[in-house]
Design a protein around this ligand. Structure first.
Ligand code: ADP
Length: 593
């Protein structure tokens, strides 16, 4: 750039000097020539004018006894060479014959080939003063007709313009010299200009190139207060602003990257052509595959919506997909429309949500079903009673009424259990914590069911070691859990079975387990018996007055205490359920009130 600008400066200077000198030279030379011509004709007009009467008289009036008029004229004219500016070299006077224009005498010999009859001579031969100038001619002349006595002459002054030519020549040389000097000065000046202008511009250009290459820390020194200084300052503030903006953008990007990396939802971004441009670990985890730039939208989500449809949508499109037993909700939305845009796919794992929804639906269906069965029974027995009233033996009617009472008791039971559960769900259930001996709670439970167990010819044993600690818990609720488990053991063990109640401690927790050798639970159902209304054998449970809610209520109570309730693996037939409770009650923060 330096050379380019420098050459331009030199060229401009040279052109300037040359054109200036040409104009000045032409003007000067023209003026000098014009002045010289004007001066000549002015001098002639003065010399032959009326003001110079002596000269005219000397020319026109012959002296007495004059024999040779021509010699006299020559004499007079040579006396007036000063007035006429005649020098005998470049300017001469001639005396010509007034009729023919022939050379008679003069300050110089007649030129070879005779004098040229110029328009001025022609005019003088016709009796007029010839003072016409011809700028194009290479000479200046003036011809004046003179009558001396009876003779007619023409006084002819001829200037060959050699003086003005040599003057112009000298001026031309001078101008050429000035031009040469001007050119030298212009080159020097352009060097100076180049130093003061081009060098800072070059520094600015270098700085800009560095900024363009990504180095925004570059700061240029401001060396002047002129436009270049202002430009440098503007450049510095622009670089600073760019630096700040890029830092802010990078910060945002880092934030987004971190967010993408750690967010639980999966994100996959595609460019306008449908190529993967971004994906996070959650997306790979959920869709069970890795992503690379070679993967395309069409192959991944093309079956849901075509790319063009997602690109043109206002808002987002949603779909659901099952991957490896998980329900994934997919939200597809376009981002930054235009060339830079693309499509973003957000993947949200809704397995738990869907399961909860399903559970809610099942729960409502179960409640309706569980309440409808006893209601149907009550209604049919009541109708039969009504129809047969009078003819029915009293013991049959009593039996019918007994069924009706039983069924309404069962309904009350179900409704009560549902209310208990709903209190747990809404967090309105409070624990009344007291410290009480755990061993006593277990043996009280044993005492309470002893009669019932004996009625079913079960052998029931209590195996509680000494020294079990007192625990902080809601005694009534803990007893409710224990009773429920033992009652189940009695219910689901065929008569004559064996039931063992054990207790112990592990760490800062106490445990109690109920072991029976009854019908047990098939493997497939083991994970579900704490679900609401879940029963392995509905008929049997209902027959024994079960609601299918007992174990779910037990689990809620144990969870409130931050304990655990689970099935213990065993080889023998039957079932073992264990309950664990913290000795010192639930943590303060974790305690629900
Ligand atoms: P239910 O009121 O029907 O007894 P629970 O919630 O107490 O309801 O128990 C759920 C289901 O778990 C029961 O219906 C039964 O199928 C099964 N179950 C519970 N305890 C036992 C056990 N000791 N032996 C075999 N099955 C059991």
């Amino acid at each position: 750039m330096r050379r380019g600008l420098h050459m331009k400066l030199v060229l401009i200077m040279v052109l300037l000097i040359v054109s200036l000198m040409t104009v000045v030279g032409a003007f000067l030379m023209n003026s000098v020539t014009g002045y010289y011509i004007n001066d000549f004709y002015g001098q002639m007009a003065d010399a032959f004018g009326a003001d110079n009467a002596d000269f005219l008289q000397d020319l026109q009036v012959p002296t007495e006894g004059e024999s040779d008029g021509v010699a006299m004229l020559d004499e007079v004219l040579s006396a007036y060479v000063g007035v006429l500016g005649v020098d005998g070299r470049n300017r001469n006077y001639y005396v010509l014959d007034g009729v023919t224009g022939r050379y008679l005498a003069g300050s110089a010999e007649e030129p070879e080939g005779g004098l040229e009859i110029t328009p001025n001579i022609s005019a003088a031969l016709l009796g007029q003063v010839g003072l016409e100038s011809d700028a194009a001619a290479s000479y200046m002349d003036a011809a004046v007709p003179i009558h001396r006595g009876d003779q007619a002459y023409v006084i002819y002054i001829l200037d060959n313009r050699a003086t003005v030519r040599s003057l112009n020549g000298e001026m031309f040389t001078l101008i050429l010299e000035a031009l040469a000097l001007g050119l030298v000065i212009s080159v020097l000046l352009s060097f100076l200009l180049s130093k003061t202008m081009v060098t800072p511009l070059q520094r600015l250009t270098d700085g800009l190139q560095e900024v363009a290459a990504g180095d925004f820390s570059k700061k240029l020194e401001v060396t002047s207060r002129d436009e270049i200084g202002q430009l440098t300052e503007s450049f510095n503030s622009m670089a600073q602003r760019l630096h700040d903006t890029i830092a802010a953008v990078e910060n945002e990007r880092n934030k987004l990257d971190t967010l993408f990396l750690h967010m639980a939802d999966g994100v996959v971004a595609f460019d306008r052509e449908g190529k993967v441009i971004h994906s996070n670990p959650a997306a790979s985890r959920m869709l069970r595959r890795a992503f690379g730039p070679e993967d395309s939208y069409g192959e991944l989500f093309g079956d849901l919506f075509p790319l063009e449809q997602v690109e043109g949508v206002d808002g987002h499109l949603s779909a659901e997909r099952q991957v490896a037993g998980r329900s994934l909700e997919l939200l597809l939305a376009p981002f930054a429309r235009g060339d830079q845009g693309g499509v973003l796919v957000l993947i949200h794992d809704v397995t738990e949500q869907r399961a909860a929804e399903q559970m809610r639906k099942d729960f409502v269906a179960n409640v309706s079903h569980e309440l409808r069965t006893p209601l149907t029974n009550i209604r049919s027995y009541a109708e039969t009673l009504e129809e047969g009233l009078g003819d029915m033996p009293p013991e049959v009617a009593k039996n019918f009424l007994g069924v009706i009472l039983n069924e309404s008791d069962r309904m009350t039971h179900i409704v009560q259990d549902l209310l208990t559960l709903s209190r747990f769900d809404s967090g309105r259930s409070e624990l009344h914590l007291t410290r009480f001996p755990f061993a006593k709670a277990v043996s009280d439970t044993y005492q309470a069911v002893l009669m019932d167990a004996q009625r079913h010819a079960h052998t029931i044993r209590l195996e509680v070691p000494r020294g079990l600690p007192d625990i902080l818990a809601d005694q009534e609720r803990v007893m409710q859990v224990m009773m429920n488990i033992v009652a189940n053991a009695i219910k689901y063990t065929p008569d004559g079975g064996t039931i063992v109640l054990r207790a112990g401690t592990v760490g800062d927790r106490v445990w109690m387990e109920v072991d029976d050798n009854g019908i047990g639970i098939p493997k497939a159902d083991r994970g579900r018996i704490f679900e609401r209304f879940y029963r392995v054998d509905k008929a049997r449970s209902r027959q024994s007055g079960g609601t299918g809610l007992g174990l779910s209520i037990a689990k809620e109570i144990v969870d409130l205490h931050q304990g655990a309730i689970y099935l213990v693996d065993k080889r023998e037939p039957g079932l073992t359920i264990r309950v664990e409770l913290p000795v010192n009650g639930p943590d303060q923060e974790g305690r629900r009130t």
